[in-house]
Write a protein that binds this ligand. Structure first.
Ligand code: SF4
Length: 361
């Protein structure tokens, strides 16, 4: 709360207050953070192209007005967003794989339902930045029914990912309708919500709301913590409310240059997630999305990080390192290469976590 003096704890814990008092301009941000004047150049033009939006809660995780702060970098417009090349707005070709409005069907057993483009925070590395500023609105009853009908005629579909934007910002009536309609599709076995609210607006995950999310087919929630400083008591409460409602929580981190691309930053995040009973699921290599290219590392950096953590932190804490192939060709997982060759006895030699070469019969 350090940038928001005079706010009562009740206001702070009220997600509606957080939404109503979200910051949407550099001027408001400047009033709170007093950023160095020479750090503002180019940020206004960026914010016109990619608007700023941040909850007071998420901003309160910033520790100083240093523009390299790992939390601030995730919400502060950066001139690099306009200078980036050669990314594409829709590098994953989601729009080409959409058989009915809002539904993306790429894999045989899973589909993605895009609920809109409302988020609590505009994350500067977002892969759906192309949706910001569009008037997508909430899904209409006919869109929800059309998506359910499509899924009903695809017997191989078992799981639907409900994502956005942030689906958990939908009006509860719309969310309830989506849950009921999709749960009524016989072949759908799992609803998976993709939401960053446990990170950016954890106050929204109240017990009753979590019970609503759990009111249909078995539900999972995939969230998106990128830094250990995001693992607050509020986030822990949100994760606990989800678990108590019967919703397992997994995490998808994006590998971000200068934010979590060191073994220390990554292990603090992954081990912290386990303490909140959130399973680290994916470490995503950044997609080549326009306006986010400056956050990308090389693939070798991700492999190097996994190699550094392998054997040193619990296997439970290790995510799969993955990226999406271009043109909607799907996801692939990468592993550090630990095979060194064969010895004269024909045994394969592996490199263990400590670098020791060990033959295996
Ligand atoms: S919450 Fe997700 S969809 Fe919304 S801006 Fe952040 S990364 Fe993008």
């Amino acid at each position: 709360m350090h940038f928001f003096p005079g706010i009562t704890p009740e206001q702070w814990q009220d997600w509606r207050w957080q939404r109503a008092n979200s910051l949407t301009s550099l001027e408001e941000l400047q009033q709170r953070l007093a950023l160095p004047a020479d750090s503002l150049a180019g940020r206004q033009a960026t914010q016109q192209r990619y608007p700023l939006l941040v909850t007071p809660y998420y901003l309160s995780l910033v520790e100083s007005n240093d523009c390299q702060d790992p939390i601030l970098r995730q919400c502060l417009p950066d001139p690099a967003e306009l200078q980036d090349g050669p990314g594409e707005p829709d590098a994953l070709a989601e729009e080409r794989s959409s058989p009915v409005p809002r539904l993306v069907h790429r894999y045989p057993d899973r589909a993605l339902f895009i609920t809109g483009n409302y988020c609590a925070v505009h994350c500067r590395h977002c892969m759906r930045k192309r949706h910001w500023g569009l008037d997508m609105g909430s899904p209409s009853r006919s869109e929800i029914k059309a998506a359910a009908e499509y899924m009903r005629h695809q017997p191989g579909l078992r799981e639907v990912l409900i994502s956005g934007g942030d689906p958990l910002l939908l009006p509860e009536t719309v969310l309830a309708e989506i849950i009921a309609e999709f749960s009524a599709v016989e072949n759908i076995q799992i609803l998976r919500f993709g939401s960053r609210l446990p990170v950016t607006l954890p106050q929204r995950l109240e017990p009753d709301f979590c019970r609503l999310l759990a009111s249909g087919k078995p539900a999972w929630l995939a969230t998106h913590f990128n830094h250990a400083r995001e693992l607050t008591p509020e986030a822990a409460r949100a994760a606990d409310n989800l678990l108590r409602a019967g919703i397992p929580v997994v995490n998808q981190t994006v590998l971000l240059k200068g934010i979590n691309d060191t073994p220390e930053a990554l292990s603090a995040l992954l081990l912290g997630l386990l303490r909140l009973k959130i399973k680290p699921y994916y470490l995503f290599h950044g997609d080549p999305i326009a306006g986010t290219m400056h956050f990308r590392t090389g693939v070798e950096k991700g492999l190097e990080l996994l190699d550094a953590l392998r054997g040193r932190i619990s296997g439970l804490a290790l995510p799969a390192y993955a990226f999406d192939l271009p043109h909607g060709a799907g996801k692939i997982r990468l592993e550090p290469d630990v095979t060194l060759g064969k010895n004269s006895a024909g045994e394969v030699i592996y490199r263990n976590y400590a670098g020791l070469a060990v033959p295996y019969f």
